[in-house]
Design a protein around this ligand. Structure first.
Ligand code: FES
Ligand SMILES: [Fe+2]
Length: 336
């Protein structure tokens, strides 16, 4: 009976910036409430083992990387990327079979990804862009709330009028009639925002120019993509890749891609990065506060509002259920 139940496919989870993993020092990361130690192998790969030595349970991440293997700080046993013990100091003779659980790890686009089943995980998420030369930057962040809450925040247009007033929307009294189309399939939702020539905030004024439309999407294991398009070209893509540190803490990498435009792209990136960091901080403060307040009040049920068109879709996808927008695509018009 059991083998008829199809195992859900695995995914690559982004866990660290490439540049934060040094040659000689393992790096402790958390994923789904478990701690792992990442390290660089001599062959140019990445090792990822549970951050607990099976001998007396020291943390590998407090040890060293020696010859592409991780060395425990307590008695110096070494383990390779497959999780096998390769050396027991002082002992001369064969090394007994000792293993620590390992994950597959790889490096792509400046990030390190891990998975517990690389055969079913396929490839890590491919970053999209059209054919123009581009500038790309990555910002790392951590929020004290669930992945669903964070993904919802990024795709929810209504909070921008309050949390990011002036920066993203609501700079002046002028609003736009924005048409929002939501549809999807079993694994993702797609949202298209049209009718907003210029978003009424400092960010768009400084960086964007006239816009034709923007899109937002959510897919597993926690990827939100936001794209701004004008005249058939992508003006800015913001790919947010989230992974669960634990149920109530989420790690996010914002990967920003913009046209290079004869060097102007670098200037824009230099302006946009501090602005985006500020926007992320505004969101983080709001989400941390709301989560704390939810815990402090005995985790009450949330009141859903008619404007909450994003959350039911994200929740469904996260639970492996077809999202409502895939069954009934919706069109909403808001003054934003
Ligand atoms: S605890 Fe790791 S080698 Fe002893
Ligand atoms: Fe926000």
């Amino acid at each position: 009976m059991d083998d008829q139940i199809k195992k859900p496919r695995a995914y690559w989870h982004p866990v660290a910036l490439s540049k934060s993993l040094k040659r000689a020092k393992p790096l402790r990361i958390m994923l789904g409430g478990m701690a792992y130690a990442l390290f660089r192998t001599t062959a140019g790969g990445i090792g990822c083992v549970k951050d607990i030595c099976p001998h007396r349970f020291a943390r590998f991440s407090e040890g060293k990387v020696v010859g592409g293997e991780v060395q425990c700080p307590y008695h110096g046993c070494k383990f390779n990327a497959q999780g096998r013990c390769t050396e027991i100091p002082v002992h001369n003779g064969e090394v007994p079979n000792r293993f620590v659980k390992n994950l597959a790890a790889r490096e792509q686009d400046g990030l390190i990804y891990v998975t517990d089943d690389k055969d079913s995980a396929g490839e890590p998420h491919q970053l999209k862009w059209d054919d123009q030369p581009y500038v790309r930057r990555i910002i790392e962040n951590k929020v004290g709330t669930s992945l669903v809450n964070v993904a919802e925040n990024v795709l929810d247009p209504t909070h921008t009028l309050f949390v990011h007033k002036g920066l993203m929307r609501g700079l002046t009294d002028k609003t736009s009639r924005v048409t929002i189309d939501v549809n999807g399939n079993q694994e993702r939702i797609d949202i298209k925002f049209s009718g907003e020539d210029v978003q009424n905030g400092i960010v768009s004024r400084l960086l964007e120019g006239k816009r034709s439309y923007s899109t937002g999407s959510f897919e597993l294991p926690g990827i939100v993509e936001i794209e701004y398009w004008a005249n058939g070209k992508m003006k800015l893509a913001n790919t947010l890749m989230f992974s669960k540190i634990d149920e109530n803490t989420t790690r996010g990498f914002a990967v920003l891609t913009a046209p290079r435009q004869f060097g102007l792209g670098f200037v824009k990136a230099a302006v946009f990065i501090p602005l985006l960091k500020h926007i992320i901080k505004q969101d983080r403060v709001m989400m941390d506060m709301s989560h704390e307040n939810w815990e402090a009040n005995g985790r009450p049920n949330r009141a859903m509002s008619p404007t909450d068109f994003v959350r039911p879709n994200i929740e469904a996808i996260m639970s492996g259920i077809t999202p409502p927008a895939a069954i009934n695509p919706v069109r909403i018009v808001y003054e934003l």
